[in-house]
Design a protein around this ligand. Sequence first.
Ligand SMILES: [Zn+2]
Length: 199
Amino acid sequence: MRRTNYRLLAAAIIASVPAMAAEEHRELGPHEHGHGRLNIVIEGKRVSMELEVPGADIVGFEHEASTTEQKATVTKAKATLADALKIFKFPAAAHCKLADAKVAIQAEDEHENEHEAAEAKDGDKAEGEAEGGEHHHSEFHVTYAIDCGAPEKLTGIDFKYFDHFAGAQELDINLVTAKGQTHYEVTRDKPNLKLGEIG
Ligand SMILES: [Zn+2]
């Protein structure tokens, strides 16, 4: 019997190419519970901020809200997060007003599109599935647009944030102004940021 050696399979074993998802998907980097990130950009009268913080810090859990109580907690947290000037106190003299706030929840789970994002509104159409109890992370991502009538009076920010969210311990802050970029940390113990001379 003649034996034929086929060069088998080598061609058939093709590294599976990760599908380029059509929809935008932001991978969550590794996050540390208690630690959030806040980017602040001050450009003229406009203060743009972007907050990215583990769900654990904000609501105490990161799975999809399933019980009535959890859903209520998420709804309340979104409203509080959206109320920028209540959780990030600017000097009154700077005359700042919130122009826009968008709150979304970004979940780590890739195969569940329902987890992708929830708009700020009232919306919790969560389906009450606890996904077999496996742990996956989620984050609150919030963007703010704030307009300040007297931005030169922006001498600091008082982080009431820590009073509202018991799980939050620290925020890494990246501040960008016309003068450049600066990194700060504010913590539950030192919840103040001094901005000095900005204008
Ligand atoms: Zn997490």
